[in-house]
Ligand binder design. Sequence first.
Ligand code: GLA
Ligand code: ZN
Length: 663
Amino acid sequence: MPNLSLPFLGHGGDYNPDQWRDRPDILAEDIRLMKLAGCNLMSVGIFAWSALEPEEGVYDFGWLEEVLDRLHTAGIHAFLATPSGARPAWMSQKYPEVLRVRPDGGRNLHGGRHNHCFTSPVYRGFVNRMNTALARRFGNHPAVVGWHISNEYGGDCHCELCQQAFRDWLRDRYGTLDALNHAWWTGFWSKKYTDWSQLHSPSPVGETAIHGLNLAWQRFVTHQTADFIRAEAAPLREAAPQLPVTTNLMEFYGQLNYFELSEQLDFASYDSYPRWGGPDDAQTAVGAAFNYDVMRCLKQKPFALMESTPSQVNWQPVCKLKKPGMHLLSSLQAVAHGADTVQYFQWRKSRGCAEKFHGAVVDHVGHEHTRTFRDVQDLGEALQALNGLQGTMPDTKVALIFDTENRWALEDCQGPRDDLKYLDTALEHYAALTRRGVDVDVIDETRDFSGYRLIAAPMLYMLRPGVAERLTEFVRGGGTLVCTAYTGRVDQDDLCFLGGFPGPLREALGIWVEETDGLYDGETNGIRMDGAVYSCSTLCDLIHAETAQVAGTYEKDFYAGRPCVTRNDFGDGAAWYIATRPDAAFLDAFYSEALEAAGVAPLLPELPAGVQAASRGDVLFVMNFSGRPASVTLPEGTDVLTGKPVGGEVELPVNGIAVVARK
Ligand code: GLA
Ligand code: ZN
């Protein structure tokens, strides 16, 4: 499997010269500006289908060859994109089956992008011919260092071709209708299927009540998208086996299971658009870091930051400019968490259409004398100073499980309240762990748990086969496991475990959950623990400690005094149950002790609020998102950005960052 093995940290962005083919002066100027900005890596050809195949079967690759040659001559590398993220109008007009069908059965009109059926043999045929031609022509071009396939895969299609593929997939998965009916509990509301042809995707004008069906459809959409990616990549891999394949993924994206999808990729790449300059950059930084950690864990190797904006976006309700220092800080945050590139959407602002006011390195004014351009130049210099970091990883002893299939099940569970706050809860645990200054892997249920000392698994509602057993082994072998409310309720088909929750985790956790109370937004209970009282919200499990020790109790309501936090010493490890959604103060106190007990040392002894730390190999990043100057105590070493020795107490300015090569 080829890697993203760049001899440098990549810097560049989406480059769309196909929009400027009548302006050779601008295309020439682009190269001058790229060198001036310290850019060495462009992504070319995304959405270029109508320029590459202006009419059916007529390919025009000459312009692309010129672009790649020019980049190469200038010492700039390229990810070459396949254009399947959007289609030319002639294709939709002649072959309407390539267009997506909505859940209500209506077929979309031509328009937008990402608007295609993943099953259509016609579309797959066009993609295959295009990718074969691109790969044969450019697979050995010296500028090309990897394939950027399509763009931000997402969504689903409900056409008859997809329905048939869904039925075939179901037959493979369940074997018999009896097995499917049992797994989906179709005795309920007279739902039993008696023929495979009766099966249909969930729809607001049809079936939504069978949770097993809803889950199966979401799994099928990931499967079918992965299958489409496999088909897209096949001709690329055949003609140019040395080039790695990636596609750009999205933040917090819940409709595809990225952990499964990334099996098709050689490395992960990511489009990052945090709301810098919003009400709380420190909070925004937590979400950004979380996503980067997911990206690093998808392949357990560095990823590409394929897109980010050098200034503002144009699609948030309010689009803030990046304040001074934020471009360097936010870009190096991605690098700190495992990005081997920093790339932008896009290199040069489009003149028209939907993204003409989206931030870009080169503005409509056309020259380099802008604040944004200078920010990009500065980052280019910083990346130069950090060269050599590519390929390195943190030594992570802590993992947080955030599982997409579990997220699907929780979002659909019709449990004790609307919105069970899975993502918020996961982010709260992640924030508390990272506030302690430790590197965290964000993984899903399917990943290897051995090697970690502490695993936080908030709200692991759905346990797929073997997961509880592997977590139990993890604890038995000396690990610390932290579970929370609503854990261990259903199996992989969303059937409840019989015989007492948390189902197959009951032994390791040493508790039984009898009931769960839903709390209104704004309603709280309290947790009394170690002489302090903390607040909690959303869900309160009413539990019985079986073999576990009670460490904290509820403060209010008819269940006041009953166990809320328990610890079960099991084998050589410990399994905690926090039966509710505690506040940040609780999580801070809890994880301080739990990490220490688990023998996980922080990267820095003390982190002021809003300051983050992350590491790659021996290099430590300390990043100030707090919005005010912050004083931190750095280890002895070299400041990689300045080349000077550092160590001891230093003041980081607003949006300041220190990168220290530790002795
Ligand atoms: C996404 C897309 C890009 C562009 C940016 C704008 O990430 O991949 O083509 O639309 O958003 O922020
Ligand atoms: Zn379809």
